[in-house]
Design a binder for this molecule. Structure first.
Ligand SMILES: *[C@@H]1O[C@H](CO)[C@@H](O)[C@H](O)[C@H]1NC(C)=O
Ligand SMILES: *[C@@H]1O[C@H](CO)[C@@H](O)[C@H](O)[C@H]1NC(C)=O
Length: 263
C-alpha cells in the first residue's frame, strides 16, 4: 500500500509539487519535516527535475528549510567550484525566476564555502563567481553568442568586481578551462531555460522609465514572452521579470511622457 501511495504522490508531485508533498506527508509516506522531504527530492526517483526545482524555489518557511537541507545533503568537500556547480545543477532543474535562482545559488554558495572554508573569503564571492561561470558557459557554448570570452577577458572581468580582485589567477584559469572543455549541463533543455541566452539575444532592449511608486530609469529587455529589467546595462541578474501573460496593456495619456503605456 505504501508503494501505491508513493506512486500516487509522485504523480501528484510532478503535476503540482506542493500538493504532492502535502499528500505524501498526510498519508505518512514522508515525515512532516524538511529533512525527510529533502531526502525524497535528492533521491528524486520518478520525480521531474523541473518540479523539484519549482519546489526548492518557493519562498515560504518550510520550502526554504527543505532547500537548505537538500543543498546541505550534497557533498562538495575538496572539489572545484565548477565541479560542485555541475553536480548541483544536475540534481534539479533551476527555475526561471531570478529571485528563485538567487535564493538557490546563495544556499549553494553557503554550502560550498562551509565544505571548503579556505577557498573563498566569504560566500558572496562564491555566489558572484558562480553566476560568472554560468554566464561564461553561455558565452563559450551558445552558438548565438558571437563574441566568445577569452580566458584573459574573463579573468579581467571577474577580478574587476570589487570583492574579487584577490582571487588567484590560476584558480580563475582552471575554472575557465573546465567550462571551455565541457558545458554546464542542465537536466532538461529548452531555449528559455538558458537564462543567459535570453539576456544575450533579446528581441528588443532599451531604457524605459517605469513607475511603481516613483519613476525610475531601468534597462529593459524583451524575450521569451517576458520583460526583464536591470538597473545597469551590465548587470548579470535582472532586478525583476514580468511574464507577459494574462496582462492588459493600455495607452496612457500622460502629456509629459512619450510612448507611455500601462501594464
Ligand atoms: C550552458 O550552455 C549550453 C549551451 O548554450 C546550454 O545548453 C546550457 O543550458 C547552459 N547551462 C546553463 C547552466 O545555463
Ligand atoms: C486617452 O486619450 C484618448 C483621446 O484623447 C481617449 O480616447 C482615450 O480614452 C484616453 N485613454 C485613457 C486610458 O485615458
Amino acid at each position: 500500500q505504501k508503494q501505491q501511495l508513493l506512486s500516487r504522490g509522485r504523480n501528484k508531485f510532478n503535476a503540482d509539487s506542493t500538493k504532492g508533498i502535502q499528500f505524501l506527508i498526510e498519508c505518512k509516506v514522508l515525515n512532516d519535516d524538511a529533512e525527510s522531504v529533502a531526502e525524497f527530492l535528492l533521491k528524486g526517483e520518478g520525480l521531474h527535475k523541473s518540479a523539484i526545482g519549482e519546489y526548492l524555489g518557493e519562498k515560504n518557511e518550510f520550502n526554504l528549510k527543505v532547500l537548505r537541507a537538500f543543498t546541505f545533503m550534497h557533498q562538495f568537500s575538496d572539489i572545484l567550484l565548477v565541479q560542485a556547480l555541475r553536480q548541483y545543477l544536475w540534481s534539479f532543474m533551476l527555475p526561471g525566476e531570478s529571485q528563485k535562482i538567487d535564493r538557490i545559488m546563495e544556499c549553494f554558495s553557503e554550502k560550498y564555502c562551509s565544505d571548503n572554508p579556505h577557498v573563498f573569503t566569504n560566500s558572496e564571492v562564491c555566489f558572484v563567481l558562480s553566476f560568472a561561470l554560468i554566464m561564461l558557459n553561455t558565452s563559450l557554448h551558445n552558438a548565438n553568442v558571437k563574441d566568445k570570452l577569452s580566458s584573459e577577458k574573463f579573468s579581467k572581468m571577474v577580478r574587476g568586481i570589487a570583492s574579487m580582485h584577490e582571487l588567484p589567477a590560476d584558480l580563475i584559469e582552471t575554472l575557465y578551462k573546465s567550462i571551455k572543455r565541457e558545458p554546464l549541463k542542465l537536466p532538461s533543455q529548452s531555449d528559455c531555460q538558458d537564462l543567459m541566452y535570453t539576456f544575450f539575444n533579446p528581441i528588443k532592449e532599451g531604457w524605459l522609465y517605469k513607475k511603481r511608486g516613483t519613476w525610475k530609469r531601468r534597462w529593459f529587455l524583451l524575450n521569451n514572452g517576458c520583460l526583464y529589467y536591470f538597473i545597469q546595462t551590465t548587470d548579470l541578474q535582472p532586478r525583476s521579470i514580468i511574464p507577459l501573460e494574462n496582462l492588459k496593456v493600455d495607452v496612457c495619456n500622460d502629456s509629459k511622457r512619450q510612448n507611455c503605456f500601462k501594464i
